[in-house]
Design a protein around this ligand. Structure first.
Ligand SMILES: N[C@@H](CCC(=O)N[C@@H](CS)C(=O)NCC(=O)O)C(=O)O
Length: 344
């Protein structure tokens, strides 16, 4: 009997309570058609495409903590997540299984073990850091375009109207991802981590934190008004595939880029989760019940607030999110990040 195995083995380094969760969620979204195909009578164009085995298998190396020796072996900054890509999964299997079998040991033992096994194994074919770059790579290479998780980029060979439209949508995807990464994540949420959560290392700077919070509200208002409350982008039905984010509808869209969930939503929802963990935003019901929370994220009107709340809920109800969250094991996003120079 011929056993068909995935062609690629992926290892995702980082605890699920860190930004690693974004990539974990993406991996589960890419595997969704295979879950659908194995479950009863659900048939769709996506599940039809899942009649072959998944194009990859992955393991989450959750004990690869930020700044740890293990992570620094691959990325000198020690930042997680890190994605290791191995073509020919048989050769990589030893590393993953050796490592995971010892994750209950101390960090030092685990790291030493991995270092030893790693020396005997081949290097990954690709090492990637930066959560949004990882997700873009995963979606581009492992079926994300067909699932609508990322708009197809413009092919140099196909300069017809349909390709141009997809190319434009890809540029909008890049714009939204860049906006969330550099504004919400770095300038606002990270500013809170740095100057409040880790104030003992970076200094307590209340003015910087309150300014960051003000801009966090501003950027959310922008994302709601410019994306979530806009109709899905104009496209003719004939140019949009079933799974394309380019759906047409006069109603407000379901997701940031249209009526199809994309990697931009993963990034945004993760930032919203983070903002909840630090008390910058609660769901409408909670905040309505408690006036003392009036300082928390308030968009310009109740409609905006409701839009964001519904969107947040909708995204988190996705089966792929649920599976990823299961791996996070209900641990909240950490608000006690490690100092960059700490040795774990
Ligand atoms: N822009 C990076 C940020 C990565 C990052 O800062 N990760 C944190 C954990 S969520 C980390 O590893 N921190 C350790 C450090 O800053 O040294 C991404 O999106 O992946």
């Amino acid at each position: 009997m011929v056993i068909v195995t995935p062609r690629v083995s992926l290892q995702l380094l980082g605890p699920a309570w860190t930004r690693t969760f974004r990539c974990l969620w993406m991996l589960e979204e890419l595997l969704q058609p295979f879950h659908d195909a194995s479950s009863s009578s659900k048939v769709s164009s996506a599940t039809a495409a899942a009649s072959s085995p998944p194009p990859f298998e992955y393991s989450l190396i959750s004990s690869a903590k930020p700044t740890s020796k293990l992570v620094r072996q691959y990325v000198s900054t020690g930042k997680v997540p890190v994605l290791l890509v191995y073509h020919n999964h048989n050769e990589a299997r030893g590393v993953a299984s050796d490592f995971e079998s010892q994750t209950s040991d101390t960090t030092t033992t685990v790291n030493d073990s991995l270092e030893n096994s790693r020396n005997q194994e081949r290097q990954p074919d690709l090492i990637l850091s930066e959560s949004s770059a990882i997700n873009t790579y995963l979606a581009d290479h492992y079926g994300g375009v067909a699932l609508g998780l990322i708009p197809q980029s413009l092919s140099m060979q196909q300069d017809d109207a349909s390709s141009r439209l997809h190319g434009q949508q890809r540029a909008i995807y890049d714009m939204v991802v860049s906006c969330i990464s550099t504004e919400l994540d770095v300038q606002e949420l990270w500013m809170h981590s740095k100057h409040e959560t880790m104030a003992q290392h970076f200094g307590h700077v209340p003015a910087a934190v309150s300014h960051a919070r003000y801009h966090f509200v501003r950027m959310n208002a922008h994302l709601v008004a410019s994306y979530l409350q806009q109709p899905a982008l104009a496209a003719t039905a004939t140019t949009a595939s079933a799974a394309s984010p380019l759906d047409t509808t006069a109603a407000a869209r379901l997701y940031l880029l249209g009526n199809v969930f994309t990697a931009a939503d993963i990034l945004y929802v993760h930032c919203l989760e983070w903002s909840i963990a630090i008390g910058w935003w609660t769901t409408i019901k909670q905040s309505d019940q408690d006036d003392s929370q009036a300082q928390q994220l308030r968009l310009s009107n109740a409609g905006d607030q409701q839009t964001l709340h519904d969107y947040y809920k909708r995204c988190r109800e996705r089966p792929a999110f649920q599976r990823a969250a299961q791996q996070r094991k209900a641990k909240p996003i950490s608000t006690t990040n490690h100092h960059p120079n700490s040795k774990l």
